[in-house]
Design a protein around this ligand. Structure first.
Ligand code: PMP
Length: 324
């Protein structure tokens, strides 16, 4: 779907995937006006295709557009584009319950000028690709604590889902890989004391008493839809779910003392994936035995997956069936 200030959103079409032609002076190439979302279409009971909280993705997408001073796509166009795409060929959505169709809606500015100012031309595109589960079922991921780099400063773009944030996290992600970790954990930019989030996931910890704690939203972390769903689902299941600042030193101490027994990453890709250990320059600490997923992590994971795949009742109204 194209946008200009004069015409608004117009010229919606579905075409076979092909190279995009954009001018070398398109502002996205120079100033990074790119925002995106990630969500999954599941094949539910009886072959029905479902989306999980897509209106939350639409709202976050609009918020990202506002932060980057880009054109906002109305919710009905965001949802309509995805549903129309699914209708073209719903065989794309895998029937294996471990798999799903990953959807990547994004907007770029393709206006041609050199200069830092709000653009007036945009292109909204949705890409679709079948994906498997991130969680292997038998392993806990090691996570590298980045003490050198941060992801987002107060007042910055941390809460927006924009390409630039991910460009900035490539080097720390590589640093994590160099230390044998598949994921990086970021601390707050001001004091390097409190945990923000991971490269592409939010993070939660389980205390010995069974309560679950996660860093609060404060403008520097992404408003994860999985994070929000787990908080609400956990409360409904009778768990104590706490949003409060989590200091990295406290986590190292509490995990070593057995006061924090589990840690997990959460996001659309990861759903809920257990974290085995945190590593940093001065040493590492394991959660539980460092190998197997803990009981609270698995309980939440089973409940969330059941809901997302339409296998469990949905008291929240989160699961949207797509009529084909
Ligand atoms: N934090 C970051 C930086 C992410 O990229 C993601 C993935 N979108 C998340 C958290 C998790 O968000 P969600 O649960 O909405 O996928």
């Amino acid at each position: 779907i194209r946008y200009t200030d004069e015409k608004g959103w117009h010229d919606a079409k579905i075409i076979p995937r092909q190279p995009l032609q954009i001018d070398p002076a398109s502002t996205v190439l120079h100033y990074g006006q790119e925002i995106f979302e990630g969500l999954k279409a599941y094949r539910g009971k009886g072959g029905a295709i479902t989306l999980f909280r897509p209106e939350a993705n639409a709202a976050r997408f609009a918020a990202s557009a506002r932060r980057l001073s880009m054109a906002e796509l109305p919710e009905e166009l965001f949802l309509g584009a995805i549903k129309e795409l699914l209708k073209v060929d719903h065989d794309w959505v895998p029937s294996n319950p471990e798999q799903s169709l990953y959807l990547r809606p994004f907007t770029i500015s393709n206006e041609v000028f050199l200069g830092v100012k709000r653009a007036n031309e945009y292109l909204f595109i949705v890409l679709a690709s079948p994906v498997g589960g991130y969680f292997s079922g038998n392993g806990s991921i090691p996570v590298w604590v980045s003490e050198t780099y941060t992801r987002a400063a107060p007042g910055g773009t941390g809460e927006a889902k924009c390409g630039g944030n991910y460009a900035a996290s490539l080097l720390p992600q590589q640093e994590a890989a160099d230390h044998g970790c598949s994921q990086v954990l970021f601390l707050d930019a001001k004091e390097r004391r409190f945990i923000d989030e991971m490269g592409g996931m939010n993070v939660m910890f389980v205390r010995k008493d069974g309560s679950v704690v996660t860093p609060p939203l404060g403008g520097t972390i992404l408003r994860g839809i999985t994070r929000d769903s787990i908080l609400k689902l956990g409360r409904k299941m009778g768990l104590t779910m706490v949003e409060e600042p989590v200091a990295i030193e406290d986590v190292f101490k509490a995990a070593a003392a057995g006061e924090i027994t589990e840690a997990f990453a959460c996001g659309t890709a990861a759903v809920i994936s257990p974290i085995g250990e945190f590593r940093r320059e001065s040493g590492s600490v394991a959660f539980g035995d460092g190998k197997t997923a803990g009981p609270v992590t698995m309980k939440l994971r089973t409940a969330l997956c059941g809901l997302q795949r339409g296998e469990e009742p949905d008291p929240f109204g989160w699961v949207h069936s797509v009529s084909l």
